[in-house]
Design a protein around this ligand. Structure first.
Ligand SMILES: Nc1ncnc2c1ncn2[C@@H]1O[C@H](COP(=O)(O)OP(=O)(O)OP(=O)(O)O)[C@@H](O)[C@H]1O
Length: 600
C-alpha cells in the first residue's frame, strides 16, 4: 500500500485539470503523517490498543497449535497428556475471544477519537480558509471535504480497526507457521506471489480512480450548492431544466466513476480467491509429502492447515478492505489538503487603540482579469467621520466596500488604517485581527440557526449580558427581541422564529456594535425593507456609526446626505467627492441624482 492518499509529491493540486481549481490534495506521505500525528496525540490509547491486539493475535495462533498437539497426542494414544492440552486449548479459546473483542473495541475507540480530532481540525481549517482561496475554489469543494469526505473517513473507522487487528493476526500467524515447520511456512508463502501480482495490478489503477471519484463527488456537490444558492435567479429566468441537466450530468459522472472503482475491485477479488486456493493446495500437498517421509507430524500439518484457514478471515479483511481503505485514504488526503492549504504568514499587530483614519491608495480591481471594475480609487476617510459611496448600479460600490473591508485582495493598490501609533495595511492583517479593526455589514446577512443571543454574540462571545442588551437597544431591536416567546433565547434561523428583513439587518448591526471595531463598512440592502423599514435601519446604522470611521454604500440618498462626505463612483472611478451641500451646489452628477431622488 503506498499510503492512504496515494501519490507522489507533498501536495497535489488539481489545477491542471479541465475541472475548476480545487484545494490541494495531500500526498500519501503527508496523509500518513497526519494520521500518525493524530494517533500520537492519544499515545496511551494507541499503545494499549497495540498491546491488546498483539495478545489477541497470540491467542489466534495458540488455538490451532494446541489443536495440532491434541491430534498428535490422540494418535500416540497418550490420554494422560491430553487433559492439560484440552484445558490449555479451552483457556486459549476463551482468552482469544476476550482479547479479540477487547482489542477490536479499543481499536474502534482509537479510530473514533482520531476521526473526531481530524473532523474538528478540518472544520476549523475550512472556517479560516483565506477569502481569495474560497473565491477561487468555490464552496462546493470545501463543503464536500468537510461533509462527505469526513463522513467517508468516519464510516471507515470500523474497517480500519478490523484491518489493524487483521494485520497483527497475519504477522503472528506467519510466525506460527515458521515455528511449526519451515517447509510448511514455505508452502504457505506460495500465496504471496499471487497476492503480489494482484496488488501490482490493482494499486496503481485504484488510487487515481478513487481520487477521481472523490473529485467528481465534489463537483456534484458544487453544482447542487450553486443551484440552491441561486434558487431565486434560477426561478426568475426559468433555468430549472438547465440546472437539473447540470446536476444530472455531474451525478452521472460521479456514478460512472464509482461503478468503475467497484468493477476494478471485483476483478481484484479473482486474485485474492486464487491466492487462497493456491496456498491451501500447496500446504496439503507439502504436508502429505512431509508426513509420508516422516519429516513432520499429522498434528503439525493439521495445525498449519487450521492456521491457514484462520488466516482466510484476516487476509480477506486486509485485501477486501482495500476498497474502503483506498476510498477512506482518498477522503483523508482531501481532508488533510484543507488543513494544509497555505495561509499567508502574517505578522501579529497590536489591536486598534483609538480612532482610525482609512486611507485608500490606488485601489483597482477586475474579477476576470480583463474588464476593470475599479480603477485607481484614492480616498481618505478621517477618523470618526463617514464617507458615503454612491453611483449607478454596477458602478463598483459593493466591490469598493468589500476591498476596503478586506473581503478579498485588490488587484492593485491597498487600504491603510492609520492611528496615532502607526499604520497597518488591511491585507497584512489576519482574518480575526482584521475584524477587530473593521466591521462589515453586507447585503447578505446570514441568520445562523440558534438563539438570538448566540446569533449576536458570535461576533464577540466574551461580552456580558448587559453589553448584549445595550447593543440590541442601540439598534432598536430590544423591544421586539423582548417580545419574542423566549426573548433572547428564542430560536431563529432555519426552522426557528421567522424574522423580517429589517430585524435581520438590525441583528447584523447589533453584532457590529457588540464587536465594537473603530471602522465600519456598511453595504446594507435597504430595498427590501420598505421605506418605513429603511428609515428604521438608517437610524440604527446612524447609532452604530457614531464615533466610528465609516464607509457607507448608500442605496438611498438620505443615507448619503447624513454622511460627512460623499464619493460618486462611475464605471469604477471616483468622479465627484465632497459634502452633500458642496456636491449639490456643484450641479454635477450627484446634484442630478439628488434632484431625481428628491422628486421621489
Ligand atoms: N463576483 C463577481 N464576479 C464577477 N463580476 C462581478 C462580481 N461581483 C460584481 N461583479 C461585476 O462588477 C461590477 C461592479 O459590481 P458591484 O456590485 O461592485 O457594483 P455596485 O455599484 O455595487 O452595483 P449594485 O448597486 O447593483 O450593487 C458589475 O459589472 C458586476 O457585474
Amino acid at each position: 500500500m503506498t499510503g492512504p492518499g496515494g501519490t507522489g509529491d507533498e501536495m497535489t493540486g488539481d489545477a491542471g485539470s479541465p475541472v475548476r481549481a480545487t484545494l490541494p490534495v495531500a500526498s500519501g506521505r503527508a496523509t500518513w503523517r497526519a494520521l500518525v500525528r493524530a494517533a500520537a496525540a492519544h499515545g496511551g490509547l494507541t499503545l494499549g490498543t497495540v498491546l491488546l491486539t498483539c495478545v489477541a493475535g497470540i491467542g489466534v495462533v495458540a488455538g490451532p497449535v494446541l489443536l495440532g498437539q491434541v491430534v498428535d497426542t490422540v494418535r500416540a494414544g497418550s490420554t494422560s497428556a491430553l487433559v492439560p492440552l484440552l484445558v490449555g486449548l479451552g483457556a486459549a479459546v476463551v482468552l482469544t475471544a476476550v482479547f479479540t473483542g477487547w482489542s477490536l473495541r479499543e481499536a474502534q475507540r482509537l479510530g473514533a477519537t482520531i476521526s473526531a480530532d481530524l473532523r474538528e481540525e478540518v472544520l476549523a481549517a475550512a472556517l479560516t480558509l483565506p477569502a481569495p482561496v474560497l473565491e477561487e475554489v468555490g464552496h462546493g469543494d470545501v463543503a464536500s471535504r468537510v461533509t462527505e469526505d469526513v463522513e467517508y473517513f468516519v464510516e471507515s473507522v470500523p474497517v480500519g480497526a478490523a484491518v489493524f487487528t487483521s494485520a497483527i493476526t497475519v504477522l503472528w500467524s506467519a510466525t506460527g507457521f515458521a515455528v511449526l515447520d519451515w517447509r510448511l511456512a514455505l508452502a504457505f508463502l506460495t500465496v504471496l506471489p499471487v497476492y503480489a501480482v494482484g496488488l501490482r495490478w490493482y494499486l496503481p489503477r485504484a488510487a487515481p480512480i478513487y481520487a477521481r471519484e472523490r473529485r467528481l463527488a465534489a463537483d456534484r456537490s458544487g453544482v447542487i450548492l450553486q443551484t440552491l444558492h441561486g434558487l431565486s435567479t434560477v426561478r426568475a429566468y426559468g433555468t430549472g431544466p438547465l440546472q437539473t441537466g447540470r446536476i444530472e450530468r455531474a451525478g452521472a459522472d460521479n456514478l460512472a466513476a464509482a461503478v468503475a472503482a467497484r468493477g476494478l475491485f471485483s476483478r481484484f477479488g479473482l486474485f485474492t480467491n486464487g491466492a487462497e486456493a493456491v496456498g491451501l493446495c500447496a500446504l496439503i500437498v507439502v504436508g502429505h509429502l512431509l508426513v509420508g517421509a516422516q519429516a513432520t507430524t499429522v498434528g503439525a500439518v493439521t495445525a498449519a492447515a487450521l492456521l491457514f484457514h484462520r488466516l482466510f478471515g484476516p487476509l480477506g479483511i486486509l485485501l477486501m478492505s482495500f476498497d474502503d481503505v483506498q476510498r477512506a485514504g482518498a477522503a483523508l488526503a482531501r481532508m488533510v489538503g484543507v488543513t494544509a492549504t497555505p495561509r499567508a504568514d502574517l505578522p501579529a499587530h497590536p489591536g486598534p487603540d483609538g480612532p482610525v483614519t482609512v486611507r485608500v491608495r490606488g485601489l483597482g480591481h477586475s474579477y476576470d482579469g480583463v474588464r476593470p471594475v475599479l480603477t485607481d480609487v484614492e480616498l481618505v476617510v478621517p477618523a470618526g467621520t463617514s464617507l458615503a459611496v454612491v453611483g449607478a448600479s454596477g458602478a463598483g460600490k459593493t466591490t469598493l466596500a468589500a476591498l476596503i473591508g478586506g473581503a478579498f485582495p485588490a488587484a492593485t493598490g491597498h487600504t491603510d488604517l492609520v492611528t496615532d501609533a502607526g499604520t497597518v495595511t488591511v491585507g497584512r492583517l489576519g482574518e480575526d485581527e482584521l475584524r477587530s479593526w473593521v466591521g462589515i455589514v453586507t447585503q447578505e446577512t446570514h441568520v445562523f440557526s440558534g438563539s438570538v443571543r448566540a446569533d449576536v454574540t458570535l461576533a464577540a462571545p466574551d461580552r456580558s449580558e448587559a453589553q448584549l442588551r445595550a447593543a440590541l437597544a442601540l439598534v432598536g431591536a430590544d423591544t421586539w427581541v423582548d417580545a419574542l416567546p423566549e426573548g433572547l433565547d428564542t430560536l431563529i434561523g432555519g426552522g426557528g422564529h421567522a424574522l423580517t428583513a429589517v430585524q435581520v439587518q438590525q441583528l447584523a448591526l447589533a453584532r457590529i456594535a457588540l464587536r465594537d471595531p473603530p471602522v465600519v463598512i456598511l453595504d446594507e440592502a435597504t430595498a427590501e425593507a420598505g421605506s418605513a423599514g429603511a428609515r428604521q435601519l438608517e437610524s440604527a446604522a446612524g447609532a452604530v456609526l457614531r464615533g466610528r470611521t465609516a464607509v457607507v454604500v448608500a442605496h438611498r440618498l438620505t443615507q448619503a446626505r447624513a454622511c460627512d462626505a460623499i464619493a460618486v463612483l462611475a464605471h469604477g472611478r471616483v468622479v465627484e467627492l465632497g459634502s452633500h451641500d458642496d456636491l449639490v451646489a456643484r450641479g454635477g452628477r450627484y446634484a442630478t441624482l439628488w434632484s431625481t431622488w428628491s422628486r421621489g
